[in-house]
Design a protein around this ligand. Structure first.
Ligand code: TYM
Length: 350
């Protein structure tokens, strides 16, 4: 079975972008894969060191996973810091990756802003830890939103450089496999990760501006639907969502140059597990005054059971804590095996 890994940061409230771009895909992938889903608490201290209630944030992401339908018995749910091998492999990857690779990351440039000298070293090295998260399990498939694409390309670059730098050692350790990358045959210890980004909503946009990503950091709460919003709030935000005056087109091509319309149709399609083309075959020619109420009904019917279950799970945290503890143990067992093999390849005595 293919091995799937993905992570979500425990910062701020989860929004519809996180749900449609990531968590909903995590749920669907459980059927045919072996999955590891991680609350990446080590990542959450890169941009902001001190958090008001980090334990609560970590639990609420785990609760969102479970409430959305992730099965922590069949798959693994845990928090990153419980498995020290993530940080250990990240250190090695810091020595594999080049500073120039990190400097080119658009997320680093955005988050560091103008005062780059004053950003934490952790924020710069963030993609190295992300590569370690995935590769410490030698996972191959990574469901994420479109904004993480560049980081996953970097994870491939890191894996490739490690494999090439240690070719002979990997061969003599006997832990690698022959793969072909492009035309190149490589004896690889780390696999080339495949991002899973496709779907109707790989990049959910702000409800106030169809050219900006829906994000936790947007000052306007009307710009996003939070996973914890109640039905009235969801309804208000969708009704107030920016649109243009035209009717919906009958075909996907008609959405070009209409970012707000495209966004709402994409959201509808993702929530209904269908395609934008199918949504437009139903709503083409109709006004937003008809489409928006249908979207409200759909969004509420999908999200409110999740919100309700999250609230229930958060009432008594012992259940979530037990899931995380058990998940951490299972993850650690696998990660230890990789780190022992990596130590042998590099030549660390153990
Ligand atoms: P994070 O916590 O910012 O976001 C979690 C997931 O939500 C997706 N996402 C979106 N998808 C569509 N539209 C949006 N507007 C939107 N906003 C966020 C993100 O793409 C992500 O999939 N670096 C990662 C966490 C991470 C990780 C990993 C992911 C750490 N290690 C290893 C995969 C594999 C992050 O900050 O995601």
């Amino acid at each position: 079975k293919p091995l799937v890994f993905s992570g979500v940061q425990p910062t701020g409230n989860l929004h519809l972008g996180n749900y449609l771009g990531a968590i909903r895909k995590f749920v669907a992938l459980q059927e045919n894969n072996d999955c590891i889903y991680c609350v990446v608490d080590l990542h959450s201290i890169t941009a902001q060191l001190v958090h008001e209630d980090l334990p609560g944030q970590i639990r609420s992401i785990a609760a969102a996973f479970i409430a959305s339908g992730i099965d922590p018995e069949k798959h693994i749910v845990f928090n990153q810091s419980a498995v020290p091998q993530h940080a250990e492999l990240a250190w090695i990857f810091n020595c594999v990756a080049r500073i120039g690779w990190m400097n080119r990351m658009t997320q680093f440039k955005d988050k560091a802003g103008k005062d780059r000298e004053n950003a934490s070293l952790g924020l710069l090295a963030y993609p190295s830890l992300m590569a370690a998260d995935i590769l410490v399990y030698r996972a191959t498939h990574v469901p994420v939103g479109d904004d993480q694409k560049q980081h996953l390309e970097l994870a491939r670059d890191i894996a490739m450089k490690f494999n090439l730098d240690f070719q002979t050692k990997i061969r003599s350790a006997g832990t690698g496999v022959d793969i072909v990358v492009g035309e190149e045959p490589v004896h690889a210890y780390f696999p080339m990760v495949e991002p899973l980004i496709e779907g109707p909503a790989p990049r959910v946009m702000s409800l106030r501006d169809g050219t900006k990503k829906m994000s936790k950091s947007d000052p306007s709460d009307l710009s996003r639907i939070n996973l914890m919003d109640d039905a009235d709030t969801i309804s208000k935000k969708i009704r107030k969502a920016k649109t243009d005056p035209d009717a919906l087109p009958g075909e996907v091509e008609g959405l070009q140059g209409r970012p707000e319309a495209e966004n709402l149709v994409g959201i509808y399609a993702a929530l209904a597990d269908t395609s934008k083309a199918k949504v437009l075959s139903e709503f083409g020619g109709q006004q937003f005054s008809t489409f928006k109420p249908a979207l409200v009904d759909l969004a509420v019917s999908v999200l409110s059971p999740i919100t309700g279950e999250m609230r229930r799970l958060m009432e008594d945290t012992s259940h979530i804590d037990a899931i995380l503890r058990r998940g951490g143990e299972r993850a650690r067992e696998r990660a230890e095996k990789t780190m022992a093999e990596v130590a042998d390849i590099i030549g660390f005595l153990r």
